[in-house]
Write a protein that binds this ligand. Structure first.
Ligand SMILES: Nc1nc2c(c(=O)[nH]1)N[C@H]1C(S)=C(S)[C@@H](COP(=O)(O)OP(=O)(O)OC[C@H]3O[C@@H](n4cnc5c(N)ncnc54)[C@H](O)[C@@H]3O)O[C@H]1N2
Ligand code: MOO
Length: 661
């Protein structure tokens, strides 16, 4: 797959059309809406058992009273309240029992007169003449001179323990309205008024098409260079959430004919959503196929938005056809921006207003001039001290949208937003639930296992992987409960402790083994001490390294290793400029042959089937803001960290608990 794409595009690269005709978001929306009929696509009758998550297409009035009769709310005696006046424990009043016991569902035969009481069950129908019910606990049956009496030890008022007919729902009262999304709660009411079928809007059918030679359906092996089709899954699920019916059309390779056929089939749906191939690059075919649609066809291709610039909006005979950018964050964002409101309208749902919340941006953000930027953020902190952290994984990320709490807008004119700026965060969910434990900092699978245990204990945890230094700073500002870090102080050669300031407490975590990693069998490195191995690498002009980002502990280690091996600062070895941001990225590059050596922890090297020569222990510790030490989730974290079970689990993952030092 990857091969054929490469050779095709080599020929076509020079022929790609270069530019999109970028318009503003408002302009794109108005051009798009102008050609659409934003009305429900139709209605149908469904039974109540199929009605959940459907949108009502009728106002519903009750044809009955609920309850339909005056109902007793307790087990006891139905009687005339006036007969109980003055009754008390020491001076009960006596009435005569009438013969009947009124069970629910039975029409009472007895008419109650003054001086009488009829036994009645909860849910029973109040008999003629009675105006109250006295609970059985406040009565006693007594025999005197061969006669039975009911003694009443509490006085009652008229209406006591009775729900009169129509109190809950009156005959003719409206109980549900057109446009209402039916949940279990409304469905209960509809059943109570006797409805078995309801008229609901037909779900708009939304064709979902993925495009690209490299797109592989989940469940199949993933060839190198390919990606799993996540867009189809998230878009289909989002369509359902919006009241539509997703119609999957699979992923179509970069072949114009096949794409044309898929589009023709998809045209039976009410909305067509494609993803990928919307840029004007050589392999980008989607827009060329959509371009052939007429009346009017493409109304906007290129919107001054980030993410989402290459989104392509078309309408043909009133039917929306949208090509979303292939990058997952761009795809879902532009879907929510342009397509979701259309699906809601076609499904008969009202416009959705997302709630917003004020927060402070703790870090500097650079934005492109000329594009309205939607920056996804995670919120941490509490009360009126929320900090909005940019999620920062870019348009290609699949996790950003699922982890973010909301987004901020950076307008077209703004290039820099300074740290400390107050921002308005539009929330993705309707409410912000505070987590029991907020963890910011460097990511580690060892930490993941402890957090996994806390989650299983029912605690809610929010994690943000921003790196050691940003985590440390967040902890200093009190934005998190815990920050995982592995910072090497080049001056002292000590990990973490030199960075701990007064407001923080250092908690010993565990040790990870940093190694020189390379492919097994590479004679330049195998069985050689690290400095010797790197000397050989330096002597071989074909040998390519992979570096780490500056500021990381691993980078300090790499620089020291290169210095010890005599590398020139002015002429760093090939690959020094490539700065991967994680152990995994280093291992993947070496594994796939894009680099020959790098530095990573041994556990990751093992996972990627690489050989690893030990360099030194790295200390992965935690800092906790002192003011947060008393929080139950923090205490529980520390207990777990010290527990034999966790220590054993960490050892099995290749880490050494600090105490074992
Ligand atoms: N020279 C330029 N190149 C690009 C520009 C530009 O202005 N000039 N714009 C960039 C922007 S912004 C975006 S967004 C992307 C969108 O490109 P396409 O819509 O043509 O998407 P593809 O190239 O097909 O794919 C992009 C990316 O997304 C992955 N992808 C595609 N489909 C799926 C899927 N169903 N599930 C998961 N991932 C998917 C695909 O493999 C690519 O990695 O263009 C930039 N380029
Ligand atoms: O604008 Mo693209 O949609 O950033 O990734």
């Amino acid at each position: 797959m990857a091969e054929s794409r490469r050779s095709d595009s080599a020929g076509e690269a020079s022929r790609q059309r270069q530019f999109l005709n970028v318009v503003s978001r408002q302009e794109a929306t108005s051009r798009f809406r102008q050609h659409l009929h934003l009305e429900p696509v139709g209605a149908e009758d469904v039974s109540l058992s199929e009605a959940r998550h459907r949108v009502l297409a009728e106002d519903i009035r009750s044809p009955v009273d609920v309850p339909a009769f005056d109902r007793s709310n307790v087990d006891g005696f139905a009687m005339v309240a006036a007969d109980t006046f003055g009754a008390q424990e020491e001076a009960p009043v006596r009435v005569r029992p009438a013969g009947e016991v009124i069970a629910p569902g039975v029409f009472p035969e007895t008419a109650v007169r003054h001086g009488q009481a009829v036994a009645i069950a909860t849910g029973g129908m109040l008999p003629r003449g009675a105006d109250c019910v006295v609970m059985i606990e406040h009565t006693d049956l007594v025999e005197q001179d061969g006669e039975t009496w009911v003694e009443i030890s509490r006085s009652a008022v008229p209406g006591q323990f009775v729900t009169f007919a129509g109190t809950d729902v009156a005959n003719g009262e409206a109980v549900a309205w057109t446009g209402q999304l039916l949940s279990s709660r409304e469905i209960g009411v509809l059943a109570a008024i006797g409805r078995e079928r309801v008229r609901v809007y037909r779900r708009p059918r939304v064709a979902v098409i993925s495009t690209g030679d490299e797109i592989v359906p989940p469940g199949q092996p993933l060839p190198t260079g390919c990606v799993y089709d996540s867009n189809a899954a998230i878009l289909s699920a989002a369509v359902e959430e919006l009241g539509g019916e997703p119609v999957p059309h699979g992923s179509i390779p970069d072949n114009e004919e096949e794409l044309q056929q898929a589009l023709e089939k998809a045209m039976t749906c009410d909305v067509v959503v494609l993803s990928g191939g919307t840029s004007k690059g050589a392999g980008d075919l989607s827009y060329r196929v959509v371009e052939r649609l007429g009346n009017p066809g493409i109304v906007a291709h290129g919107v001054a938005l980030k993410p989402g610039k290459p989104v392509c909006l078309a309408v043909t005979d009133g039917k929306p056809v949208v090509i979303l950018p292939g990058f997952p964050t761009s795809a879902i964002f532009t879907f929510h921006e342009f397509v979701a409101p259309v699906i809601r309208a076609l499904a008969g749902l009202p416009i959705e207003e997302r709630p917003s919340i004020k927060a402070t941006l703790p870090v500097r953000v650079n934005s492109d001039r000329g594009r309205l930027e939607y920056l996804l953020v995670g919120l941490v902190g509490g009360g009126n001290q929320l900090a909005a952290y940019p999620m920062g994984k870019g348009s290609g990320s699949v996790t950003t949208f699922s982890l973010a709490d909301g987004f901020i807008r950076i307008d077209e004119q703004t290039e820099i937003v300074e740290p400390g700026a107050e921002v308005t965060v539009t929330l993705l969910d309707r409410e912000m639930k505070p987590a029991d434990l907020v963890v910011i900092g460097s990511h580690c699978v060892g930490l993941d296992t402890i957090l996994g245990r806390l989650r299983r204990e029912g605690l809610t945890i929010k994690t943000m992987h921003v790196g050691s230094l940003a985590g440390l700073n967040a902890a200093r500002r009190g934005e998190c409960d815990l920050a995982g870090m592995h910072l090497l102080d080049p001056g002292t050669g000590e990990y973490n402790r030199p960075f701990v300031t007064d407001e923080l407490e250092l908690v010993q975590g565990y040790r990870r083994l940093q190694c020189l990693v390379f492919r097994p069998g590479d004679g330049r490195f195998e069985s050689k001490p690290p400095v010797e191995a790197v000397k050989r690498a330096l002597a071989d002009s074909d040998c390519m390294m992979i570096n780490r980002n500056s500021g990381s502990g691993t980078r300090a280690l790499i620089d020291r290793l290169l210095e010890d091996a005599g590398a020139s600062r002015d002429q760093p070895p090939p690959g020094y400029g490539i700065q991967a941001k994680s152990h995994n990225a280093v291992a993947a590059a070496v594994r796939q042959g894009r680099a020959d050596w790098g530095v990573a922890i041994d556990r990751v090297a093992n996972d990627y089937g690489l050989a690893a020569t030990p360099l030194q222990d790295e200390h992965y510790d935690f800092v906790i803001p002192r003011e947060r030490r008393g929080r139950p989730a923090v205490q529980r974290f520390r207990e777990l960290l010290d527990s034999p079970a966790v220590k054993q689990e960490l050892s099995s993952l290749g880490f050494r608990p600090a105490a074992a030092q």
